[in-house]
Design a protein around this ligand. Structure first.
Ligand code: HQG
Length: 179
């Protein structure tokens, strides 16, 4: 991804996950917004954005962060939301036996006490592979990967959801299910 694409990806993450109101945009409950309107609002707020740039960012996003609707008219962030205006009805699914969560070593004491909490986002984010989890943890410091007994949690009534881009989510992972 070029520097320009990374900058646009971050801009799209910011408005489609966290603060759509900063550019006068609204998202529906499923997180969708009209692409032409997004481009207009972005340009009005001083962010250069075109349909071609959006398409390039969507296609080259390593984590498939953004989903374009089948008719090509709308876009949403696949997961990672914190804005209260969005409440995506994510697909509930039976998880594999283990899922992984990457964090930083400095959070471990708190996680041992409280389990995994969503922070400012709507869900705790989990991945199927340890490599992705390591990269996620690295963003906050010395990374450590926690193994989550996902199947056991599911059997005991916890719900798991799978986002458009393969990221797993759940509301809370009590410490007893971490290893
Ligand atoms: C930590 C990225 C203290 C948690 C990734 C994490 C992901 C606790 C931080 C997505 C805690 C929250 C989400 C507790 C959890 N005490 N710290 N009890 N429970 N934490 O950024 O999972 O590149 O909101 O371990 O790929 O790091 O942006 O969540 O370190 O899918 O597309 O609190 O963001 O995607 O941080 O990352 P975040 P996350 P993008």
């Amino acid at each position: 991804m070029s520097k320009q694409h990374t900058e646009i990806s971050k801009f799209l993450s910011f408005v489609l996950r966290h603060k759509p109101e900063t550019i006068g945009l609204t998202l529906d409950a499923e997180g969708w917004t009209n692409i032409d309107l997004l481009i207009a609002r972005a340009n009005q707020s001083g962010q250069a954005l075109t349909l071609a740039l959006i398409q390039e960012v969507v296609e080259t996003s390593d984590k498939k962060r953004f989903t374009v609707s089948e008719d090509g008219l709308r876009i949403r962030a696949a997961q990672g939301h914190s804005t209260p205006s969005v409440a995506i009805a994510h697909v509930e699914k039976q998880p594999p036996e283990f899922l992984y969560h990457g964090t930083a070593t400095r959070f471990l004491d708190s996680i041992r006490e409280q389990g995994l909490l969503p922070g400012s986002r709507h869900y705790v984010h989990l991945s199927e592979d340890e490599q992705t989890a390591t990269a996620v943890g690295q963003r906050y410091g010395k990374p450590v990967v926690l193994k989550v007994k996902a199947m056991l949690m599911h059997q005991q009534g916890f719900k798991f959801y799978l986002a458009d881009n393969g990221v797993w989510m759940t509301l809370h992972v009590p410490a007893a299910y971490l290893q």
